[in-house]
Ligand binder design. Structure first.
Ligand SMILES: Nc1ncnc2c1ncn2[C@@H]1O[C@H](COP(=O)(O)OP(=O)(O)OP(=O)(O)O)[C@@H](O)[C@H]1O
Length: 357
């Protein structure tokens, strides 16, 4: 089967620094794939290799069945939207949109059709005569996307396109880019360090860390079944709670004092493990009932949701996300319970341990 894009054993070094350590990935036609990971994990480097702005040290980049290593960026049929927008300040919006096509010596009528179609789609048609300096951040971002659209690329590449926008505008543009994907149906690859963008926009997420793929999957599969502690901690906000403990057979003893049976293949010898539970899966009781008691250190009442920051008697921290408004005060005791189907367990190498039920 021909993939829209295939990366085969891609490695990249700058001098003697290895940045990408051997990545294999494929993307299908029409897929929205998000590369997400902390700063410096190599996501922009990987995107630049795909775009043809840089060459891999080894490995193959295969675009619609054709190896494109060494093929110049302009001949790959891809369009990239940069974090900085990279608009020409002295040109009008119309000129910014048409410039690349003029360089390709496209007939005027075709250029005008593409520019007007893109402007209508992005609702920037009333702005065609303005210069970038006369536009808001969101409008500039739309022009940058428009410039990618008019090239009618086989794949769109986005490099952190929303990171210069304020929170409200980011949310709006997130929805707009998702809508755009639904309308155009192109393959899109989107790089971000923001796991919320990844969760909300992606058909599939690729989680990267230090130049390696940690896990690939649909957003909720990563959320519900993280392959390791890194993915568990990176996807989801507030972050999953992690509590250190020991597993002996099927008996889990946490440092915070909790002892319980867990549905895993019995460990042959006691091992150090990490217990994980998402903040919204911790059940709380104002009466102090439950698996353990904790002390409320701080809390945030947001109306629709309440965040409660607690500590166990030994000082280990626990964040609770409660879906209701409840009366709270600092220093009060709360009962907390961990429902059996909400547990995650990570082995000594931080890999998720399989639950048997
Ligand atoms: N031209 C270069 N020369 C040397 N090192 C580089 C070069 N470009 C990137 N790197 C290094 O490669 C690593 C990955 O960089 P990259 O920009 O791909 O990360 P990123 O995941 O996109 O990070 P960010 O979210 O901060 O942009 C970093 O450690 C960076 O310092």
């Amino acid at each position: 089967m021909t993939h829209a894009l295939e990366l085969k054993a891609i490695r990249k070094s700058f001098g003697d620094v290895d940045v990408i350590h051997g990545i294999d990935l494929h993307m299908e036609d029409g897929e929205f794939v998000v590369f997400v990971g902390p700063s410096g994990c190599g996501k922009s480097t990987l995107l630049r290799l795909i775009a043809g702005l840089d060459d891999p040290t080894s490995g193959d980049i295969v675009l619609q069945g054709k190896r494109v290593n060494g093929v110049p960026a302009s001949e790959r049929g891809l369009s990239m939207v940069f974090q900085s927008y990279a608009l020409y300040p002295h040109m009008t919006v119309r000129q910014n949109l048409s410039f690349g096509l003029e360089n390709m010596r496209m007939p005027r009528a075709e250029i005008d059709r593409r520019v007007e179609d893109a402007a209508r789609l992005l609702q920037i048609d009333p702005l065609l005569k303005r210069r970038p300096g006369q536009l808001s951040g969101g409008q500039r971002q739309r022009v940058a996307i428009g410039r990618a659209i008019v090239r009618e690329p086989v794949i769109f590449l986005f490099d952190e396109p929303l990171s210069n926008l304020d929170a409200e505008l980011r949310l709006q543009m997130r929805v707009e880019i998702s809508d755009l994907h639904a309308k155009l149906g192109n393959t899109m690859i989107y790089v971000t360090h923001d796991q919320i963008e990844a969760m909300t926009m992606a058909d599939r997420i690729v989680v990267l860390r230090a130049g390696r793929v940690e896990q690939v999957g649909k957003p909720l599969d990563l959320y519900n079944h993280p392959a390791n502690r890194f993915v568990a901690g990176f996807i989801g906000a507030p972050q999953m709670n992690f509590l250190a403990g020991t597993l002996d057979g099927t008996t889990l003893t946490l440092d915070c004092g909790l002892v319980r049976q867990v549905p895993v293949a019995p460990a042959p010898a006691p091992v150090q493990v990490t217990f994980g539970i998402r903040p919204e899966r911790v059940a709380v009781s104002l009466d102090g009932e439950g698996d353990m008691t904790v002390t409320v250190e701080n809390y945030e009442q947001l109306g629709a949701v309440t965040y409660i920051y607690c500590t166990f008697p030994g000082g280990e921290r626990l964040t609770v996300q409660h879906a209701q408004q409840i009366p709270l005060r600092r220093g009060q005791t709360l009962g907390v319970s961990f429902p059996p189907d909400a547990l995650h367990l990570f082995g000594p190498d931080d890999t998720a341990m399989e639950m048997t039920t």
